[in-house]
Design a protein around this ligand. Sequence first.
Ligand code: ZN
Length: 194
Amino acid sequence: MTLKSFEQRNGNLVLPGERLGVIEEFIPDSGTYVKDGVIYAKIIGRALMDMLNRRVSVYPLNEGAVVPRIGSIVVGQVGNAQSDNVLVRIFQVGAKKKMTGFFGGILHVSDVSERYVDSISDACKPGDIIRAKVISGKNQIYHLSTADKNLGVIYAFCSLCSNLLEQRRHEMYCSKCGNIEKRKTAYDYGKEVL
Ligand SMILES: [Zn+2]
């Protein structure tokens, strides 16, 4: 099965017994079963292929599960940082929509801000909570953008002592250790109740 056929499936309805992939490609997760190395849907629901974590699962329809789509506003936690991007563990889609699992996303330095950002670490750091928009689902990876005033970091933590950072004019301040850091924040930094 090719990536292209997955693209048509992600978030779409699948029926019990429907082939989702093979165990060489994916880790079978909830709502699936494996037979002879092939992963099948166990229930009627929406299929999710998480290409970053290589997991495939099926969410029951009656739980009102949502999956990110292009244009979705999502909230997630920043994970590993690479040279010019960070991985994001998406845990919320839309306005407090319940999610049954986690989705992997990527934020590239060029999508951080409308302004030029030299380094991804000037925009967000591992552990931060960000609000972002899904701009592409190419290859089943959610590419994110924070280039808007309502998008960006909503909670940031001191990289020295993990204390919640306070926003001051153009910098982030740690009231515990005095450390000063940079972030690309959303206009309502620190206000969203998670
Ligand atoms: Zn600190």
